[in-house]
Design a protein around this ligand. Sequence first.
Ligand code: URA
Length: 241
Amino acid sequence: MVDKQQHQILDAMGIQVWELRHSIISPIEQPGCIDTSDPEVEAKVEVRATPPAIAKLDWQDLQQTVAGCQACELHSTRTQTVFGVGDQGADWLFVGEAPGAEEDRRGEPFVGRAGQLLNAMLFALNLKREQVYIANVLKCRPPANRDPAGKEVQHCEPYLLRQVELIQPRIIVALGRFAAQSLLKTTDPISRLRGRSHQYADTGIPLVVSYHPAYLLRSPIDKKKAWADLCLAQSLLGALS
Ligand code: URA
């Protein structure tokens, strides 16, 4: 059920919520949610391995390694690395593209306007920011927010893989085209990646693709679709319980 405050948030997001008069639906079957028994829900498997030197790092060592990383040119323009934030044992992992100016300044992902919308989306799911884990494909800001380069993604990928191994999330949400394509190693457009369940690398962890909050700020009309994506993720998580 969606409570009064969540209603207000969903309202602010431009999402109309329908409630049954005599509600018989479970918390995961929220209005607008997608049925995961739908044949469209499918898995895709791809094998990727964490390099041995990184595979043995614990949280502290991993964070230190990332902080000192000079594997690509981004180290020379960053203020600091942006490792990730949240519950290290979270069920939910949200992955964005790369830090922006505000994130580079503060050392935390999704703290700008897009981050505020992400927080609202979490709230609508009955989740606090501290209950999930939030990270990016890249740990350093590309100058002038340019698109990340293939080499930069390649160098950074082991860090995210290790984060996933340590967190062992039960669901991953890729935020935006870039994160989705990087995590799924595909060039498919976001329109083909949304609305179904994928699998992250060969981890068996379900991955759902949604829009980037920064895109939703520019195109609020798609917030409804983003809400449907989050409902899909929630129902996949519920189905695992
Ligand atoms: N956009 C992203 O993809 N990540 C952030 O951390 C901030 C904005």
